[in-house]
Design a protein around this ligand. Structure first.
Ligand SMILES: Cc1cc2nc3c(=O)[nH]c(=O)nc-3n(C[C@H](O)[C@H](O)[C@H](O)COP(=O)(O)OP(=O)(O)OC[C@H]3O[C@@H](n4cnc5c(N)ncnc54)[C@H](O)[C@@H]3O)c2cc1C
Ligand code: FES
Length: 243
């Protein structure tokens, strides 16, 4: 997993937003920020909330950083409500991204896990196979970010599309999908999530159990690979909550 240049914190202006089914693509002026390595993340100031929210970079056109956001709570809803003329503080890039030095990449995502894949596909040269799974046709509207992707909607699962010899899987999605991929393709690089308050190792809010020890996912991950086994049995009630 790869980390890039040191993180910066800047106030970035909102360029615009676009609706992708239930998700919002939030486009920010890039300022002097680096886009980093796909799979790294940024802490976005959430208007009206004390703590910032972690987001993966979705797209990095010249002069811009764009994030795909699922409005699941107060912070993400506030981010989705931003409009041109607004500005928010952004810190990043943070954490360790995907190792792009792979021979046969296969990108796999479920739901909002699609967020880091457009930038990942671009950095891998563009012409890479992509498998996407969504819970409904409305959610699957986000697949237009990756027009050549193979897409399934529940009850079909994205893991059903996995070939016998999947190559180098790079994936992001809900824990059950990542668990399944860990069984089906053990060498996969998987982007995990945990609630994060700081994003750079200071608060210990993102501690996860990994191969019988405890690590801060924000600095150790969020991308983990074979041999880096996350224990997901603790459940949501043992996780830190955000404010
Ligand atoms: C490295 C990383 C990258 C991420 N990238 C994206 C992205 O690109 N797009 C996107 O939409 N979301 C992304 N997320 C998830 C996003 O940060 C959370 O959904 C967001 O912080 C929730 O804030 P909220 O105020 O809307 O909801 P809250 O009110 O804080 O939370 C709503 C519910 O979700 C739970 N929850 C919150 N955050 C997490 C989490 N990280 N893992 C598990 N449960 C959680 C809470 O416990 C609560 O039950 C990412 C998370 C991480 C760690
Ligand atoms: S989010 Fe603060 S230590 Fe990881």
């Amino acid at each position: 997993m790869l980390a890039g240049r040191p993180a910066r914190r800047e106030l970035l202006a909102v360029k615009g937003t676009a609706q992708m089914g239930p998700y919002t693509l939030l486009r920010l002026e890039r300022g002097g920020m680096e886009p980093g390595i796909p799979g790294q993340f940024f802490m976005l100031e959430a208007p009206g909330r004390i703590l910032p929210r972690p987001m993966s970079l979705c797209l990095a056109p010249p002069g811009e950083l764009a994030f795909l956001i699922d409005p699941i709570g107060a912070g993400t809803r506030a981010l989705c409500g931003l409009r041109p003329g607004d500005a928010i503080h952004v810190l990043g890039p943070l954490g360790n991204g995907f190792d792009l030095d792979v021979e046969r990449p296969l990108l796999v995502a479920g739901g909002i896990g699609i967020a880091p894949l457009p930038y990942l596909a671009e950095r891998l040269g563009g012409d890479v196979p992509v498998l996407l799974g969504f819970r409904s046709d409305v959610h699957a509207e986000a697949a237009r970010l990756l027009p050549d992707a193979e897409v399934v909607v529940e009850p079909r699962l994205v893991t059903e599309l996995l070939p016998d010899d999947p190559g180098d899987v790079l994936a992001c999605g809900p824990e059950p999908m990542l668990e399944a991929l860990r069984e089906l393709a053990p060498s996969s690089q998987l982007a995990w999530e945990a609630p994060m308050a700081c994003g750079y190792g200071a608060c210990y809010g993102c501690v996860v159990e990994l191969s019988e020890s405890y690590v801060r996912l924000c600095t150790y991950g969020p991308v983990l690979r074979e041999g880096q086994t996350l224990d997901t049995s603790a459940g949501d009630d043992e996780r830190a909550t955000s404010e």
